[in-house]
Design a protein around this ligand. Structure first.
Ligand SMILES: Nc1ncnc2c1ncn2[C@@H]1O[C@H](COP(=O)(O)OP(=O)(O)OP(=O)(O)O)[C@@H](O)[C@H]1O
Ligand SMILES: [Mg+2]
Length: 358
């Protein structure tokens, strides 16, 4: 592990009973970067985040955060990380100010310091006006911001964000993205899980696509897009034009076999870059082919995801609400725990082992 690596995961395994959630996960996250973990429902994203943030034990493999073995020394990792879980950690009966102060107190800050830190974070997340209101009166976006604020009480070096914008409207999502980008500028390393490909595209320096508990592709979003065939040139010809001749030209000049859609006189082919366009136009001209419409289409991360996992992901701005199971109380680091508090955002249940009590 180099000094530059903030998170290192090798062959991480976790099963719930007979069900395998992580089947040998590998991750390497450079310090100061945003790493996106992308995967369909049930891929193992939350399981990975919970192990890395010391809330869950693993069955095997290696996991290090800032050079410290998470599995062996969770207590040494905890003070240096923050977590915003998939489900809200704030206590909705408390006000925004009270919630943040409570987290500060759980981290053993003197009350005066906790109060000041709470006010500072509320200001930062544009919640000062709402500071005195119970969190249950907050909008979804305000709650997510409060959640994130709670995980920043101790200015962590590494921040885990499990689907930070699920269920938010486009504007709240953009706000959240801005806040995350600010944190990264200040040097925080962020590991972010998401189902929004647009979010990974916007925020992540590198992305790991996971499915069935292991990584199936890794790289920058551009790498991943290139991996499935680069840009696609699409040309619509005038009705009656010779599509076969056009396809021949595209196949020759492009980087793969052209396809023809006969009904709408459309031919397309993967191309290495926009530079071939001029040559295509010239060749079409010589053959007397008339171009009605032309477009260079970058494969979206959605295309990548579909190609790799064989299933679509939640893309675009249509927010789906994170389902909080019935009866799930808002949870944070409950008072009365021994030792340093676990980062906010945890949920207990299932056959998870609680490392804090262990
Ligand atoms: N406490 C648990 N007990 C039993 N099985 C579990 C438990 N938690 C998760 N699983 C199973 O492990 C697999 C991975 O779950 P995980 O929550 O890590 O997926 P995820 O990628 O976060 O999914 P989502 O996108 O829905 O949040 C799933 O098949 C899930 O059903
Ligand atoms: Mg999850």
């Amino acid at each position: 592990m180099t000094d530059q690596t903030a998170i290192l995961v090798e062959g991480l395994r976790k099963s719930y009973g007979r069900h395998t959630a992580l089947a040998g996960l590998d991750l390497s996250v450079r310090a100061g970067s945003v790493h996106g973990v992308l995967g369909p429902n049930g891929a193992g994203k939350t399981t990975a985040v919970r192990i890395l943030s010391t809330l869950l034990s693993a069955d095997g493999g290696r996991a290090e955060v800032l050079g410290v073995d998470v599995l062996r020394h969770p207590d040494r990792v905890r003070p240096r990380i923050g977590l915003t879980g998939q489900y809200a950690a704030v206590d909705e009966r408390l006000t925004g100010q009270e919630n943040l102060e409570m987290f500060g107190r759980l981290y053993r800050l003197p009350s005066r310091v906790a109060r000041a830190r709470a006010a500072e974070l509320l200001e930062r997340f544009a919640l000062t006006e709402a500071a005195g209101r119970q969190a249950k009166t907050y909008s979804g976006g305000m709650r997510r911001r409060l959640d994130l604020a709670a995980s920043l009480i101790m200015a962590p070096a590494v921040l885990f964000l499990d689907e930070p914008t699920t269920g938010l409207d486009p504007r709240s999502r953009q706000e959240m993205w801005r806040v995350i980008a600010d944190l990264v500028r200040e040097g925080t390393t962020v590991l972010l899980t998401t189902q929004y490909l647009e979010e990974a595209d916007h925020l992540a320096d590198r992305v790991s696509v996971i499915d069935g508990g292991r990584v199936i592709a890794e790289g920058t979003t551009d790498d991943l897009k290139r991996q499935i065939g680069g840009d696609r040139l699409e040309i619509v010809l005038a009705e009656g034009d010779d599509t076969a001749a056009a396809a021949e030209v595209l196949t020759r000049l492009g980087s793969g076999t052209a396809t023809v859609s006969v009904e709408d006189w459309r031919v397309s082919a993967p191309v290495a870059g926009a530079s071939v366009l001029a040559e295509v136009v010239r060749s079409f001209d010589e053959l007397g082919l008339t171009i009605v419409d032309v477009g260079l289409h970058r494969p979206s991360l959605d295309d990548v995801f579909m190609t790799l996992t064989g299933q679509g992901a939640t893309s675009g701005d249509v927010g789906s609400t994170a389902g909080v199971p019935a009866g799930a109380a808002p949870e944070g680091s409950g008072p009365g725990r021994k030792g340093p508090p676990a980062p906010p955002g945890q949920r207990s249940g299932g056959d998870e082992q609680d490392l804090v009590k262990a």
